[in-house]
Write a protein that binds this ligand. Structure first.
Ligand SMILES: Cc1cc2nc3c(=O)[nH]c(=O)nc-3n(C[C@H](O)[C@H](O)[C@H](O)COP(=O)(O)OP(=O)(O)OC[C@H]3O[C@@H](n4cnc5c(N)ncnc54)[C@H](O)[C@@H]3O)c2cc1C
Length: 468
């Protein structure tokens, strides 16, 4: 293999990766930006290129996205590989080796300075009927609108928890769906605990007001302390209705009603996509929301020198925090390969302000363990392998599994195509509950190991055989 030129490789073309690439290049570094999507922008600025400006109502911060994407795309020191997906990565002798698939070909590159900005995906919880066609995640519904121009259905229920439900419900209403219910599982009063942080981030109140104005225009009335606890199919197997429950502060059901709909978009915040970081054996930690994040120092450097991480993979915090972290990571990576780059107090101050807001977000939208009482023995837990809840329980109560890895081997939960990306996080909680272990006593190792696997994304033997 030819020796690689000294350059910064950035993985991820979202707010964090774009900011990192641009700031590394502005400091004089040559940059290679790799992203698995066909267009830059990540999850936040997902768009249809031809009609992006017409879609401006669906993007609250379109100007920043336009500026960042065009600055990166036009910078002479930045090379971009879109549609390129890293499927495996290792680190040895001070350099990372990335194996990726691009244009149907497998390639291998190495780099001494790497920035990971691989983002997050929707956090899901299982419930009876969540595998019926028509039930999807809010991120899935929004991707169809922003990335494909498709309105997902006619009568839509948006539910779960977290501020992301607001842009999704607003977007659905704006493209012509009737949002018949917008349901937040938590109480809005939880924000009172973080009032000073909210006052320091007044732009966020402006954001909420923006969505409330859209809801008023389309007659969407948000309801609180409510959740979709079951979905029901018609004779053709498609979604016909959902059971909506009034729930208590621990998510236990108080009262249920049925509502007819053809789409239900249900999500519980996000799970950081730490699979690439895990393959590289970077140290990770368990966050306040019991998710997993990459451990970084004040300059976004991970536990391995020369590998930096930014954005949602260091903890869920939204696009503004992702940008602030991306700036620092890009500068630090450029400095690492000898460029003149200065990380100032202001960079750290901006990030600290956004981190404070991220903390408030997490404490305002907890996912309480009462959701487990919504399940029946027949509920599918692992959709890839079609494993029912009764089988997972059997693995614990009859076969003696006391941790999620053993339960996986005995039940096949998490052994399918997605390799536990969807079910891994909640299987840990279900196995612990069945074993009589409280959520706070689940070990860090148990939670972290769920997202770690040597193969990040499935690859065919043919591609592998024909590649480098
Ligand atoms: C579906 C979805 C929709 C969202 N919409 C909004 C919204 O409307 N408003 C809002 O405030 N927040 C939204 N968020 C939250 C959002 O994640 C952040 O606000 C922001 O996009 C995070 O930026 P990021 O750069 O960390 O990651 P992302 O924007 O997620 O970017 C990560 C990028 O890394 C790429 N990548 C990941 N793994 C690999 C790999 N192995 N190889 C190559 N490339 C890889 C991905 O393709 C992606 O483009 C959304 C999140 C999701 C999951």
């Amino acid at each position: 293999m030819k020796p690689e030129p000294a350059r910064v490789v950035v993985v991820g073309g979202g707010p964090a990766g774009l900011s990192a690439a641009l700031n590394a290049a502005l400091s004089g570094a040559s940059v290679l930006l790799i992203d698995s999507s066909s267009r830059l922008g990540g999850q936040y600025w997902r768009h249809l290129p031809e009609t992006w400006l017409e879609q401006s109502e669906l993007h609250l911060d379109l100007d920043t996205g336009l500026l960042l994407i065009s600055a990166v795309a036009n910078h002479p020191k930045i090379e971009i590989w879109s549609g390129a997906e890293i499927w495996s990565a290792t680190h040895e002798d001070g350099a990372a080796t990335l194996r990726l698939i691009t244009n149907g070909v497998e390639k291998i590159i190495t780099t001494k300075a790497l920035v990971l900005a691989t983002g997050a995906y929707d956090r899901t919880l299982p419930f009876p009927g969540w595998d019926i066609p028509g039930v999807m995640t809010p991120g899935g519904a929004q991707s169809l609108i922003k990335g494909n121009g498709i309105a997902v259905g006619k009568r839509v229920v948006v539910a779960g928890s977290g501020p992301f439900l607001l842009p999704v419900a607003a977007g659905l209403a704006q493209v012509g769906c009737e949002v018949i219910e917008l349901l937040e599982a938590n109480s809005p009063l939880r924000w009172l605990k973080s009032l000073p942080t909210l006052i320091q981030n007044l732009s966020k109140i402006g954001e909420a007001a923006h969505y409330i104005a859209i809801f008023n225009r389309f007659g969407v009335r948000p309801k609180f302390n409510r959740a979709v606890v079951a979905a029901h199919a018609n004779q053709d197997g498609e979604l016909e209705s959902v059971s909506i429950a009034k729930i208590d502060s621990n998510f236990k059901i108080k009262k249920i009603e049925r509502v007819k709909c053809d789409v239900a978009a249900i999500g519980w915040g996000f799970t950081a996509d730490t699979s690439l970081a895990g393959a590289l054996l970077l140290k990770q930690l368990v966050t306040k929301d019991e998710g997993v994040a990459v451990l970084v120092d004040e300059n976004q450097e991970s536990s391995i020198a020369g590998i930096f991480a930014a954005g949602e993979i260091t903890g869920i915090g939204g696009s503004e925090l992702s940008i602030a972290e991306g700036v620092i990571a890009g500068l630090a990576a450029a400095k690492y390969i000898g460029c003149k780059a200065e990380i100032s107090n202001n960079h750290h101050k901006t990030r600290a302000k956004k981190q404070k807001f991220a903390k408030a977000l997490i404490s305002s939208y907890p996912v309480k363990s009462g959701w487990q009482s919504w399940l029946t023995d027949e509920t599918i837990i692992c959709r890839c392998e079609e494993v029912k809840y009764s089988k997972l329980k059997f693995a614990v109560t009859e076969l003696g599994a006391t941790d999620s890895r053993t339960a996986k081997l005995l039940s096949r939960c998490g052994m399918g195509m997605c390799q536990g990306r969807i079910c891994g996080r909640f299987v840990v909680d279900l196995v612990a509950n069945e074993s009589g272990i409280s959520p706070s006593d689940i070990s860090e190792k148990e939670r972290i190991s769920v997202g770690n696997r040597p193969i990040i994304t499935p690859i065919s033997i043919e591609l592998l055989a024909n590649g480098e």
